[in-house]
Ligand binder design. Structure first.
Ligand SMILES: *Cc1c(COP(=O)(O)O)cnc(C)c1O
Length: 388
């Protein structure tokens, strides 16, 4: 095994020799941004690939979230989850919207629809759930509530690129969904993002908003922002699409290997796959129950580091624990989210992660376990102990 740090993820890049001719083309054309050829091509190709009506490309996922809220004129209070990346809540703050945190379900860590109704007030205008780790939210229950109370639904689908529910893209639920193509995500354009919309009128409004609100040479229809994706990233994205399915196969292989190794260890839980979902295997989260496992999540996290293996406590701390939000009335309670955030580690997962690394990680965890029946010979552990 190479003596290299194993991080939680490692971005996939397209073959450089395929990118260079595209760069030459862009150099020749001198068209760098503002709806260039690759931008148009990539938007259309993505819509087909994902199985969604309309895609609007963005410079990143956070700007896409902020623009989605602007597009639907969301105001007042928005119900959201504390168990996510901070950008979910920051997008509300940047729009002057009050976040109202609601607790999550204890299995998948998604916003719990059974708790939404109690948090609705006359100020509530929308729900902003997250498909955490790419596991679809309870989309029907959420839509029912939204319909009854007249609320918009915007999904933070930053983890859900390519995920299907009952053979249809999970991005087809809600009023809008946003994607992130950040380097650490399952599909990357270095930085990047998108809004998925369901009708052309909405797409047009989104496209104005991401370009300063400019509708034509002399018309500005809204106080928009600059959130456009450039031609280099769009060309890179076209290539990434070609290799996405192979990357998912690689991720599935690693996921299966982890599951096989960790199955049945007392106090280690991972997420089971639902039969009606096509996953993207974007993360491999495990939840460490300290009482049952005998060691804490942080013990596991630190032990892995001794072997130069870096998991990520994602999501920990909760968004509601950060200084910007901890004073909110809804930041209290949230017991399920609190518990999961203390148990979570995402283990390294990327398409070309070596099988031996997965085996090593499994052995380290097994070795820490109280569960003597599961232990296997650990000679491999000593072979790779790097500090010796
Ligand atoms: C990555 C991420 C974002 C932000 O996306 P960027 O492209 O990095 O701005 C938002 N929400 C979630 C859940 C994310 O994981």
């Amino acid at each position: 095994m190479e003596k290299r740090k194993i991080l939680v993820t490692r971005p996939q890049l397209p073959p450089l020799n395929e990118f260079i001719p595209m760069l030459e083309d862009i150099w020749d054309s001198r068209w760098l941004t503002n709806n260039g050829k690759y931008h148009e091509e990539f938007e259309k190709a993505l819509a087909i690939f994902l199985g969604v009506p309309y895609v609007s490309l963005f410079a990143n996922g956070t700007l896409a979230l902020m623009a989605a809220l602007q597009c639907l004129r969301v105001k007042g209070e928005v119900i959201t989850t504390p168990y996510s990346f901070v950008a979910t809540t920051h997008s509300l703050w940047w729009n002057g919207i009050k976040p109202v945190f609601v607790d999550i379900d204890p299995v998948y860590g998604n916003l719990n629809p059974d708790l939404i109704e109690a948090a609705i007030t006359p100020e509530t205008t929308a729900i902003l759930p997250v498909h955490v780790y790419g596991n679809p939210c309870k989309v029907e229950a959420i839509q029912n509530l939204a319909d009854i109370y007249g609320l918009k639904v915007i999904y933070d689908a930053a983890h859900a690129f390519g995920v299907k529910l009952k053979n249809s893209s999970v991005l087809n639920y809600g009023d809008l969904s946003i994607l992130s193509f950040h380097a650490t995500k399952v599909f990357n354009t270095i930085e990047g993002g998108a809004i998925i919309s369901h009708d052309l009128k909405t797409k047009k409004r989104i496209d104005f908003l991401k370009n300063f609100g400019i509708a034509d040479e002399t018309t500005v229809v809204a106080p928009g922002i600059n959130a456009k994706m450039n031609e280099l990233q769009a060309a890179y994205g076209m290539l990434q699409l070609k290799y996405f399915d192979t990357a998912i196969d690689g991720r599935k292989h690693i996921t299966d290997k982890y599951k096989e190794g960790l199955e049945g260890i007392a106090g280690i839980r991972f997420l089971n796959e639902a039969t009606n979902v096509d996953y993207n295997y974007s993360y491999f989260p495990i939840f460490v129950d300290e009482l049952e496992f005998g060691r804490s999540r942080d013990d596991v996290f630190e032990e892995l580091k001794k072997y130069d293996i870096y998991g990520r406590r994602y999501f920990y701390p909760l968004i509601s624990e950060f200084s910007a939000y901890r004073g909110l009335p809804s930041a209290k309670g949230l017991d399920v989210a609190y518990e999961l955030s203390r148990q979570i580690i995402c283990l390294p997962l990327y398409p070309d992660l070596a099988d031996e690394v997965v085996e090593t990680i499994v052995s380290i965890i097994l070795e820490m376990s109280l569960d003597e029946t599961k232990k296997i010979p650990v000679k491999m552990l000593h072979q790779i102990k790097r500090n010796k």
